[in-house]
Design a protein around this ligand. Structure first.
Ligand code: ZN
Length: 385
């Protein structure tokens, strides 16, 4: 059983410990050493939370796992069994995790007391905190909880850690009440939340700084809500604000007008695309009229034509020209998209010819084929002549 130093002091950063064992491991693409110490400050991956980062004797700790109260550290280099080593945890990462986890207790506690829903799926990664509640909350209700959570943060309430006896636990009303062997650790934020939890927390809610809801979606009959607290929330707000000012600058518009403006741009883009397609169709029709009626094969090389326009043109051409009728439209990345039709020739044979001579792709019926080809106009004209 590893002595959990992080339980005694969530704010401690450095520690000395004795190496109990060190064994080489090989898992898929990864290899290294599994190290067990007599005591550790490294919080393992547990209860949905990612593990602490840091170093032991200057060697990076890549993972921390717990099994039956024994904590295993993964390291790239070995440590000598029986020796005393010095560990340092990544405090920025740890404190950020503490802000996220304490923030989550406040949010889940408020949801539990106001709506009676439980957080049945908690995940704390380095980028986001997600909670799955077994009941539906509306966007307005989520905003209310978010405001209430920030009020709890501002009140700077204590976050108390206690270890009640089995008898006391029987009468205590707390979240995450499951059968746990051994000592149950209770985290209490007075008047807000009481929950069984093994993770490091901040001492006062004020240290969380702020809590922002990032997303809300329906999930398994309830809702999935993601939140960020403290410095990670600040970082996310910075990113969003940079994106907004960049768009705002490009469009030379105030932030408040952006949603309306983007909607307008989207609409006008659609209108323009439609008008352009119509103009192109007219242009192709005009070109088709100018082709002498007695010309057997017709091959047109164009730019920017949609597939429906290409198909319409071929359908028209095969009615008046007996040979091979084809339209080749330039692709942005080079080469052509093509449609070829004929009333007298088997187009599948043309597809085979194109495939063999130019590596073209595509196929279709005897009357019409469709595909793409990387070849020069001159070579394609010669080939199909
Ligand atoms: Zn917890």
């Amino acid at each position: 059983m590893t002595e959990k130093l992080y339980d005694q002091d969530a704010y401690a950063v450095e520690f000395d410990a004795k190496v109990i064992s060190c064994e080489a491991y090989q898992e898929k693409k990864e290899s290294g050493y599994h190290v067990i110490l007599d005591r550790t400050l490294f919080f393992p991956e547990e209860g949905g939370q990612s593990p602490d980062k840091g170093t032991i004797d200057g060697i990076e700790v890549t993972d921390v796992q717990i099994k039956k109260d024994v904590i295993t550290h993964s390291l790239k280099e070995p440590l000598a069994v029986g020796e005393t080593v010095h560990g340092i945890i990544d405090w920025t990462h740890r404190f950020n995790n503490m802000q996220q986890h304490s923030g989550e207790h406040i949010f889940s506690g408020i949801v539990h007391s106001r709506f009676g829903y439980d957080n049945v799926g908690f995940h704390l990664s380095d980028n986001i905190v997600t909670m799955d509640f077994n009941g539906v909350l509306t966007a307005d209700e989520v905003r209310e909880v978010e405001t209430a959570a920030n009020e709890v943060i501002v009140k700077n309430l204590p976050v108390e850690i206690t270890y009640p006896s089995k008898e006391e636990l029987k009468t205590l009303d707390y979240r995450s009440k499951i059968e746990i062997e051994g000592q149950v650790r209770i985290v209490t934020i007075p008047g807000v939340d009481v929950c069984a939890c093994c993770a490091p927390h901040v001492k006062k809610t004020g240290e969380i700084g702020m809590l922002n809801v990032q997303s809300l979606s329906n999930y398994k009959g309830g809702v999935r809500i993601s939140i960020l607290s403290g410095f990670r929330a600040l970082e996310e707000e910075r990113k969003k604000s940079q994106v907004i000012s960049s768009i705002s600058g490009t469009l030379s518009a105030n932030q408040e007008l952006l949603p309306e403006l983007v909607e307008k741009l989207k609409q006008s883009n659609q209108d323009l695309k439609y008008k352009l397609a119509q103009a192109k169709q007219k242009l192709v029709e005009q070109k088709m009229k100018e082709i002498p009626a007695d010309q057997e094969n017709v091959l047109l090389f164009e730019t920017d034509l949609d597939t429906p326009v290409m198909r319409n043109a071929i359908n028209g051409l095969v009615e008046t020209h007996a040979g091979i009728c084809g339209i080749f439209v330039e692709k942005e990345e080079g080469g052509y998209n093509f449609i070829i039709g004929s009333k007298t020739k088997d187009c599948r044979e043309i597809a085979t010819l194109l495939r063999e001579k130019t590596g073209a792709r595509g196929g279709g019926s005897a009357a019409m084929i469709q595909g793409s080809v990387s070849a020069e106009e001159k070579d394609l004209r010669e080939l199909l002549a």
